[in-house]
Design a binder for this molecule. Structure first.
Ligand code: MLT
Length: 288
């Protein structure tokens, strides 16, 4: 099955995505939702490596990768656009609606989100439960930002509009990989660095502010009853494995795995282990 690079209109704006169709006996659709400030290329090893009975969809969220920004409904106190996690969850619902018209989507779907993609996942579970069959929460947390982190995001949003994405790329790269960059494959560094550098400063600012305003999902974790898999990375300093394990324990139907070789980007850093554990877990939970 080949990869198709496609686009579709969502709210009259162009959304780009990669799709890999399934073979005739398709059993599920996996929706991959990237982290911040990245794009669908984060999932390249899953799009290439997962078995052919799954339809795979990896959109560029609006304003990231090649997708046009979404219309902003929310602004902060200084009049700056804020892309909330609820707006992004609702956008994904409309993205799926737009695709469903052409080729019906196997529902319910598997929602697989990394970090910011996971924050969106909590909202998707709350607002679009009927679409959700399984949830995969990679390198993400339920808690909202502390006041300190929220303030730092506000400062970063101002700075990126003044200086562009370069300082953010420089600061984030070591944190995203979580291991010495000298030990990381140069192609992986190039992929992540260029993803950040290609993200418009306005999107980085609006995304930061949106994450800063996100709700604390801890309170509704216990209501998410779909099978859920937490994937952490032993070297992840952004979302420590211990915190993810304790989020996992609050959910009625969740399991936890820690990738020993990974930082914050397990699907890219250890794709063989990630793909295998995802396949095994989906098989075990196929009829859940
Ligand atoms: C991400 O990887 O999506 C971000 O690091 C999340 C965050 O800034 O909280």
């Amino acid at each position: 099955m080949g990869l198709e690079y496609r686009s579709v209109d969502v709210d009259d704006r162009v959304a780009h995505f990669v799709q890999r169709d399934a073979d005739a006996d398709a059993s599920m659709t996996i929706l991959f939702v990237h982290g911040f400030p990245l794009n669908q290329t984060l999932w390249q090893e899953q799009l290439k490596g997962l078995p052919s009975h799954c339809r795979l969809l990896a959109p560029d969220l609006p304003g990231f990768g090649r997708s046009q920004p979404m219309e902003t409904a929310t602004q902060d106190g200084d009049g700056r656009p804020v892309w909330t996690m609820t707006a992004l969850a609702d956008w994904l619902d409309r993205f799926l609606d737009a695709l469903d018209i052409e080729t019906p989507i196997e529902t319910p779907i598997v929602f697989c989100g990394l970090s910011m993609g996971g924050y969106i996942g909590w909202e998707f579970a709350r607002r679009h439960r009927q679409r959700l069959g399984h949830l995969v929460a990679c390198h993400t947390r339920a808690a909202a930002d502390s006041d300190v982190v929220r303030r730092a995001r506000s400062v970063a949003a101002t700075q990126v509009l003044e200086t562009g994405a370069e300082p953010i790329a420089e600061a984030m790269l070591p944190k995203l990989f979580g291991v010495p960059l000298a030990s990381v494959d140069a192609e992986q560094i190039e992929l992540i660095q260029s993803s950040i550098l290609k993200t418009p400063a306005e999107s980085i600012a609006a995304g930061h502010l949106g994450m800063g305003q996100r709700a604390d999902a801890s309170g509704w974790l216990e209501t998410i009853d779909v099978p859920t898999l937490f994937v952490a990375g032993r070297h992840d300093g952004i979302t420590p494995a211990d915190e993810m394990e304790s989020d996992c324990q609050r959910m009625p139907n969740a399991s936890f795995v820690c990738l020993e070789q990974a930082g914050h980007l397990g699907p890219l850093q250890d794709p063989t282990a990630f793909n295998q554990l995802l396949v095994d877990w989906l098989q075990e939970n196929a009829n859940a």
